[in-house]
Design a protein around this ligand. Structure first.
Ligand SMILES: [Zn+2]
Length: 113
């Protein structure tokens, strides 16, 4: 024996008793913003390019990222950019960046090279 949830307007969600068309129970949860771990890697920019220190997974909005960018560039005495949610500092500053982020209480991992 099975329960059949239906009305003239269609199937009813057994969880929220709303028509399935209006149900939000099964709406996929928004993907989490990363896994909470900040990753720092050294990468080459372009062909035979210079080393850049790349930071991914920093928490915060665009303004927060920009603030981090400024802080790291100042600490490293180097230029850099923030784009697409990732932060770049020109040159090899992975060690310093790792130390700063760790000091700030973030979970930091070294990734790549
Ligand atoms: Zn529902």
């Amino acid at each position: 024996m099975s329960l059949v949830y239906s009305t003239d307007s269609g199937r009813i969600c057994p969880a929220c008793r709303q028509p399935v068309a209006a149900c939000r129970c099964r709406a996929p949860a928004p993907p989490p913003a990363g896994d909470g771990i900040v990753r720092v890697s050294r990468e080459k920019q372009g062909r035979g390019g210079k080393l850049v220190t790349v930071v991914r997974g920093l928490p915060g909005d665009a303004a927060g990222l920009a603030a981090w960018g400024k802080r790291l560039r100042t600490a490293c005495g180097a230029g850099g950019t923030v784009k697409d949610g990732q932060l770049e500092v020109q040159g090899d500053h992975a060690d310093r960046v790792l130390a700063l982020l760790t000091e700030a209480g973030l979970r930091v991992k070294r990734a790549g090279g």
